[in-house]
Design a protein around this ligand. Structure first.
Ligand code: SME
Length: 209
């Protein structure tokens, strides 16, 4: 799709309630009562480019929700180069789609991990490499799924409500640059389905680094 800002027509649709759009493509949850629809004329066709809101199928399986969410996440960060802005929107989108306890990022400053954009309760600001689930995922450069945080040696409890966790490293040029951390207030919330899709999210982020 060609993007030519001069040809962009912005259509702003505002509903009184988010449920106004509930009939869109079957039963959906639309977060945000405002839709920004950009029609972009690429001289061949009129494309619909949607951003600023999320459409997540209601009552769908975890895979179906990720399948719906991932193209929207990719679109959300496509035209933005600022890492902080993209991490903020990704953590918000994941939280809105799945209602996790905590979703966020820790970034490497070459000495330790430092808290980045997140959604959820306040959290520990610095984590040494090799410590906790985050520091271990960083040092081992691999995704870690923890079904019961109390059973993970050295787990760092930022919130006593956290019961299970997944941490996904974001790797660029063979080096872990940051990690995505998600906490749930239920045991065993994460499995290979989350790993598969969240590693795709990590790949989107890596492509923007
Ligand atoms: N539990 C993490 C610390 C970060 S918080 O969960 C937000 C860990 O053990 O590294």
């Amino acid at each position: 799709m060609k993007y030519n800002k001069s040809l962009e027509i912005l259509i702003f649709v505002k509903a009184k309630t988010p449920s106004y759009f509930a009939g869109y493509k079957g039963t959906t949850i639309v977060y945000n009562s405002c839709w920004f629809l950009n029609f972009i004329n690429d001289n061949e066709s009129i494309n619909l480019y949607m951003a600023e809101s999320l459409i997540i199928p209601k009552g769908a399986s975890k895979s179906e929700k990720y399948e719906a969410l991932l193209p929207q996440l990719k679109a959300l960060i496509h035209y933005e180069s600022d890492l902080t802005a993209n991490l903020a929107n990704i953590s918000s989108a994941l939280n809105m789609a799945f209602d996790f306890l905590w979703v966020g990022f820790y970034l490497s400053n070459q000495e330790q991990l430092v808290l980045g954009p997140f959604q959820g309760p306040i959290a520990c600001t610095r984590i040494p490499f090799g410590k906790g689930v985050c520091g271990t995922a960083y040092s081992e450069a691999k995704t870690i799924i923890v079904e019961d945080v109390d059973a993970f040696p050295g787990h760092i409890a930022c919130s006593s409500d956290s019961k299970s966790e997944i941490v996904v490293p974001i790797i660029k040029d063979g080096e872990v640059k940051l990690i995505l951390d998600i906490d749930s207030d239920s045991y065993s919330s994460f499995n290979e389905v989350d790993q598969k899709y969240l590693e795709q999210v990590a790949s989107f982020i890596s492509d923007k680094l």
